[in-house]
Design a protein around this ligand. Sequence first.
Ligand SMILES: [Mn+2]
Length: 225
Amino acid sequence: MISDAHLQGLDDPNQHLLVELLDRLNCPRVFLLGDLFHFWWGFPDVVYGDFVPVLAALHRLRRRGTEIAYVPGNHDFELGPFFERLDVQVASRLDLEVGGRRFVLLHGDEADTSVAYRLTRQTLRGGAFSRLMRRLGPARAQKLGHRLAGGSRDHGAAEPSERLIQAQIQLAERELRSADVVVMGHSHAPGVHHLEGGTYVNLGDFVRHHTWLAVTETGLELRQG
Ligand SMILES: [Mn+2]
């Protein structure tokens, strides 16, 4: 399970590190838990040149027989048209059983219930914004989206807010009432938390920590690189 690479373009070193990781994975399933791209607004039949290396790596991974699922993050829009053609499942959350344990997979931005965040989310996910992006077309939509997402190179370098980290723990506690393991990203704060109801793993990110979760027969391993 991998999330939050916030890839920015062909010269982003994290894109090549992520490609190397995807190319050496040898497992039945891979879960992408959001914000692989700093901004993605999908148009049918549009392949963004900036992301060809990672898209090709996902295609190779799928061709090797690995099933891939993508839970969109708050920087990902309209993933369906393109990713379903790559035979990647897109779902807003995933509830599944692995090795007899019930997993819930989320991006994790749901935890942020602040008014400002909810307003922004409502606007960006609304019909008016969608119509605007379609009118702009792929090149200008990506440009605008990138600006809205904050174009800075050192995105993700800032320390995650304690408020968000706590809100995610509370969300995990709620989900653990009906699950054994909750996995999310978004806060870029990697960690394995043993809570009363089960285990909550935050994936961290692939911007600065380069952390990801391996689910093996022996347990959960937060790995680096
Ligand atoms: Mn996010």
